[in-house]
Design a protein around this ligand. Sequence first.
Ligand code: ASP
Length: 317
Amino acid sequence: MSFTLVIHGGAGNITPAIMNKVQEIQYTEGLKEALDKGYDILHHGGSSLDAVVAAISAMEDNPIFNAGRGAVFTKKGLNEMDAALMNGSNLAAGAVAGVRNIKNPIVLAREVMLHSGHVFLSGSGAGEFALSQGIEMAPDKYFFNQSRYDQWLEIRDTNFTQLDHKGDNLKGETVPNTGHKFGTVGAVACDVNGNIAAGTSTGGMTNKRFGRIGDSPVIGAGTYANNNTCAISCTGHGEPFLRACVAHDVSCLIEYKGLSLKDACAVVIKDKLVKMGGEGGLIAVNALGEYDFCFNSAGMYRGIRNSEGKELVAFYG
Ligand code: ASP
């Protein structure tokens, strides 16, 4: 009766040089809290889907992560969030994009999966559905975070968007990171029944264009789960991840080429994506409880806790 939970809190230029002791403690505690929430569910025989939602909700509630409460600001100074959830046992999926004032976008993604008759809702339509389902809302001030705001103020009059660790105008030019705030969040889990699930939640990129949607909520790009192959949650510069269909590509390498979980992740993240100029990483688990963290950036906030007593939180490469 084994189970596994793996989480991430974003990938990027995460090095000891840009982290101070206080930040290290904050991220360690934030990741541990999320692991504990999900572990508790799995330990009591709960589903991988519920564990993923619990772990992600904990990180959405923690302003250090770029999701939910800590979501970054768009070019218009708003918080627009994306999230997706997928159930590997039946390939059911739910996703939301560009939603505002939703306290836990991952909970709304689950609601879309279970009760909308659709897979993907966006913007005001997703908001209207949230209201009709009694999903918890939060006022703008709940999402206000001074350091995120300052991060945005520094680049709002430019054409730069900023992925956590750097700005990128999509021509490869970068602006320095000033905020040191990282943190799209994701979780993948395998429960005692061998069912796997994946979820991802994000505020996207600082100063992103109004209406821009990244890879996180797109099934097959930033999020994917299939009991026969793997459950994947990605983090990084969304545009290359979208073009590379990263999460589904890993699954395909396992399904059609018979690659191991680790090898499939490495081919996509360390070879294919690098050749496309894509930076970031992913977490993965399969129905045997095997797992992987794979990234081509300097670091990735990450953690694992399983029934074999393994418990680890790490940041750096
Ligand atoms: N992939 C996310 C996006 O592009 C950002 C991130 O992972 O930090 O929206």
